[in-house]
Design a protein around this ligand. Structure first.
Ligand code: GLN
Length: 499
């Protein structure tokens, strides 16, 4: 058999590893070679190739002893550089953390390590995960492996843009990201892959550089729904070290995949038909409805009346929490210090030079909405609206099991676009943010190509901790959509193996 090792899904790689047809070291080498060939995409802030080869050797040894740890053992993955990794630089895409090497490991990456996953590198991201294009990274933009109609370089989406580009360019079989208000789902849509945000509390936030603590959630980016289920199984679990991590069992997510959608009720929220919705996306959304109906589900129109307040609410809550979380970067405890004549000046210089423009904007908005006199008018009001948005979903889920929406209002755009207009940039997440505010699990499944020949995703949302139904519906959508387009950039092209 001649197989491109970099084309294997996680499930396929696992089967070949278990059958002894390929070794973890061979897999790691193939992906490292692909990563070297993909350097112009600027996917990684830190490559960890030697570390990966060491992990792969250990994985092969475990398997030889009959002690393989499960479906991720020996599988090459990439990790968003927002997860602290012991002994490996963790930057959050920021100058202020350049050179910061944690002495501890985040719970999610520790879980993946224990499951035997092989980390090839730490991926580029928008600074402190604030952005939708990867343009705000101190380490430069990531390029989408897809290209524009005229061959122009495109953004991969963000903030988990490096992770999404890594999976789309086949430099790893799966990657992890974080999603505060769309940062897994939107880049998955832009790069033509699957991106899943679990229920808030499903994965531990311990050791993830904090952006907005009541919203941040880790999740997988993969090329198939099955792989997302396998990967989440290895990431999730209660963690006593994170008081917001839920003490719930981790089901066998992959086991739910085959059960189909017969009898499921799918809600189509009317309020997501916004004015900015491009015709093609509306058509794809309609196709999604037809596909799910064809698979045996019943689609009904529903109302989520407070949808239009979600984005403004998010842009009060998230910056408020960010301004508080980012207070710790003061030039004393972490990373960069820029000296000044006084302590105050040192703080100001360090933060002024250490943070980029978007992060400074968020800190300013956040401190403003939390300040005396404005707290009630903005922050408190936003919390109340957030409760109404969550109530909309709760009421909808009294009659439907799944909600189907577009993931993003447009396809990937050119590098540099929308940078002079923060509001236009914030619109990227108009469909992603409501589920974030309500803490609900949601997934983006690649469903078709837009007018520019670029990928578009459809989003599914379910009840809290009902990831099994989410994966079931996503598998049905994936099968019906049959999305198999590949980006023109193909780092794995030269990497073949006969085994
Ligand atoms: N694009 C959104 C923001 O900039 C979401 C980011 C995220 O989910 N981390 O806040």
């Amino acid at each position: 058999m001649t197989a491109r090792l970099t084309d294997l899904t996680i499930a396929e790689a696992g089967a070949l590893l278990d059958g002894g047809e390929v070794s973890a070291v061979e897999l790691a080498r193939a992906h490292i070679k692909a990563a070297e060939g993909a350097r112009r995409l600027n996917i990684f802030i830190t490559e960890t190739f030697d570390h990966a080869l060491g992990q792969a050797k250990a994985s092969d040894a475990r398997r030889a002893r009959g002690e393989a740890a499960g479906p991720m053992d020996g599988v090459p993955i990439a990790v968003k550089d927002l997860f602290c990794t012991e002994g490996i630089q963790t930057t959050a895409g920021s100058r202020i953390l350049e050179g910061f090497t944690p002495t501890y490991e985040s719970t999610v990456t520790a879980n993946l390590k224990r499951a035997g996953a092989v980390m090839v590198g730490k991926t580029n991201l928008d600074e402190f995960a604030m952005g939708s294009s990867n343009m705000t990274s101190y380490f430069g933009p990531v390029k989408n492996p897809w290209r524009g109609p005229d061959g122009q370089d495109l953004v991969p989406g963000g903030s988990s843009g490096g992770s999404a580009a890594a999976v789309a360019a086949h430099v790893c079989a799966g990657a992890i990201g974080t999603d505060t208000g769309g940062s897994i789902r939107q880049p998955a849509s832009f790069c033509g892959i699957v991106g899943m945000k679990p229920t808030y509390g499903r994965c531990s936030r311990w050791g993830i550089v904090a952006f907005a603590s009541s919203l941040d959630q880790a999740g997988p980016l993969t090329r198939t729904v099955e792989d997302a289920a396998l990967m989440l199984g290895a990431m999730a679990g209660h963690d006593p070290g994170d008081s917001t991590s839920a003490p719930v069992e981790v089901p066998d997510f992959a086991a739910a995949l085959g059960s189909g959608v017969k009898g499921l009720k799918v809600g189509i929220p009317e309020e997501y038909r916004t004015e900015g919705l491009a015709g093609e996306i509306g058509e794809l959304w309609k196709a999604g409805e037809t596909w799910l109906t064809g698979a045996g589900a019943e689609c009904v129109s529903i109302s989520l009346p407070h949808t239009k307040y979600a984005l403004p609410t998010y842009y009060i809550v998230a910056p408020a929490e960010a301004s508080s979380n980012l207070a710790r970067y003061d030039g004393v405890r972490y990373g960069l210090r820029v000296e000044g004549a006084s302590l105050d000046e040192m703080y100001a210089e360090t933060r002024g030079q250490g943070f980029g423009a978007e992060v400074r904007r968020r800190v300013l908005i956040g401190t403003y909405v939390l300040s005396a006199g404005y707290y009630d008018a903005y922050y408190l009001k936003a919390q109340q609206v957030r409760a109404l948005i969550a109530r909309d979903f709760r009421e909808a889920f009294e009659t439907v099991d799944v909600i189907l929406t577009p993931t993003a209002p447009f396809e990937a755009f050119a590098i540099g676009d929308k940078m002079d207009d923060p509001i236009a940039m914030y619109l990227n997440d108009v469909y992603a943010v409501p589920a974030s505010l309500a803490g609900l699990p949601a997934i983006s499944v690649p469903a078709g190509l837009g007018p520019g020949g670029l990928p578009l995703g459809l989003q599914l949302i379910t009840r809290p901790f009902d990831e099994e139904t989410l994966f079931r519906a996503a598998a049905a959508l994936e099968a019906a959509a049959g999305f198999d387009a590949r980006p023109p950039f193909d780092a794995g092209a030269e990497v073949t193996s006969s085994s």
